[in-house]
Design a protein around this ligand. Structure first.
Ligand code: MRU
Length: 327
């Protein structure tokens, strides 16, 4: 949990291997193998990195793309260093692409929501967990939409949940909102339904770790409860994520692997960092993510535009095809 947030984990993994690779390039002895050995060296490291984050798609997606690049490079390279150089350039491009993609998500999301809520001068939104600059290469996904709404002068207030048990909301999102001087209020996770009941909230915007082909979305634990409450109170519920977060190989969210984390996050104070407060001997279930079914989601805000429903269903495959994003 030193690096967290699905996109930030993918970028940190790609760049940390780029640092190791550039050290090999600069050492006199360097790497003594062939270009094919260099590709195998990188691919083995990427496979190891992917195992650290089963729920999110970003790391696996980055590893697949980087594997393809080093494999292609090794096919024509005459020296291992050429493969390493190709890897470093691709990892650096990923960093730039993530920021650009987040800015596009922000802009699409803000225009779309403003268009839906034309009758309102200003609107208030709620977000969960942390999806900002501290979870991505920069700008953020769901928090990027909030930033864009604020920049467009239409945001009345952003509410953020604490996000128990690890407090990404109070530690990170609250910090980013204060830093950006965005009018913001922190609430306990359990206060969300009461806030919706007041009628002061117009939309919930959350990030995603993985979206299945039907729109079911895995995100931080507690997202599902927020979506149920939003449905009950007639509040719009949006997922904001780059289109690469959609895993078309999974028909539904039932196939998404949910990572479980240490019992200490619940037993101890400060999300596991402080002293134990729960009774010794109690058993703990601590899934880090949950899956929100597509029927509770109003739309998916991506870097290519907003995916809305045709009838009761998302046609994500069709959207990817239409926007030229399908592989
Ligand atoms: O456990 P974390 O802090 O890594 O969880 C982060 C989230 O759940 C985010 O909402 C998700 O990764 C999307 S980040 C843009």
């Amino acid at each position: 949990m030193v690096v967290r947030g699905a996109p930030a984990i993918a970028i940190a993994a790609a760049l940390s291997l780029a640092v190791e690779t550039s050290k090999l390039l600069s050492e006199e002895q360097g790497f003594t193998g062939t270009s094919k050995d260099a590709a195998s060296f990188l691919i083995n490291k990427l496979e190891y990195l992917v195992s650290s984050r089963p729920t999110a798609v970003n790391l696996a997606d980055a590893a697949t793309k980087l594997t393809e690049i080093v494999t292609n490079s090794a096919a024509s390279a005459t020296h291992a260093n050429q493969v390493f150089q190709a890897y470093i350039e691709a990892a650096e491009t990923m960093l730039e692409d993530d920021v650009a993609s987040n800015k596009a998500i922000g802009s699409h999301g803000s225009s779309f929501i403003q268009n839906l809520k034309k009758d309102l001068n200003k609107l208030s939104v709620l977000t969960h967990c942390n999806t900002g600059s501290l979870a991505t290469a920069g700008y953020g996904t769901a928090l990027g939409v909030i930033r864009a709404l604020h920049a467009d002068g239409v945001l009345d207030r952003a509410y953020c949940t604490e996000t128990r048990p690890f407090y990404q909301g109070s530690r990170l999102t609250a910090y980013e909102l204060v830093h950006e001087k965005i009018p913001a209020t922190l609430i306990a996770d359990s206060a969300a339904a009461a806030l919706m009941k007041t009628g002061r909230l117009h939309a919930v915007i959350v990030g995603a770790d993985r979206v299945a082909a039907n729109g079911d979305t895995a995100n931080k634990i507690g997202t599902y409860s927020l979506a149920l409450s939003a449905k009950h109170h007639g509040v719009l519920f949006y997922v904001a994520a780059p289109l690469i977060s959609v895993d078309l190989s999974l028909a539904s969210g039932d196939e998404i692997v949910i990572e479980e984390r240490s019992a200490k996050e619940l037993l101890n104070t400060h999300g596991g960092l402080g002293e134990q407060v729960a009774a010794s001997g109690i058993s703990v279930w601590n899934p880090a993510f949950d899956v929100t079914p597509a029927n509770l989601i109003s739309g998916i805000i991506t870097d290519k535009g907003v995916i809305t429903k045709t009838g009761n269903e998302f046609d994500i495959k069709g959207f990817a095809h239409k926007t030229g994003s399908s592989n």
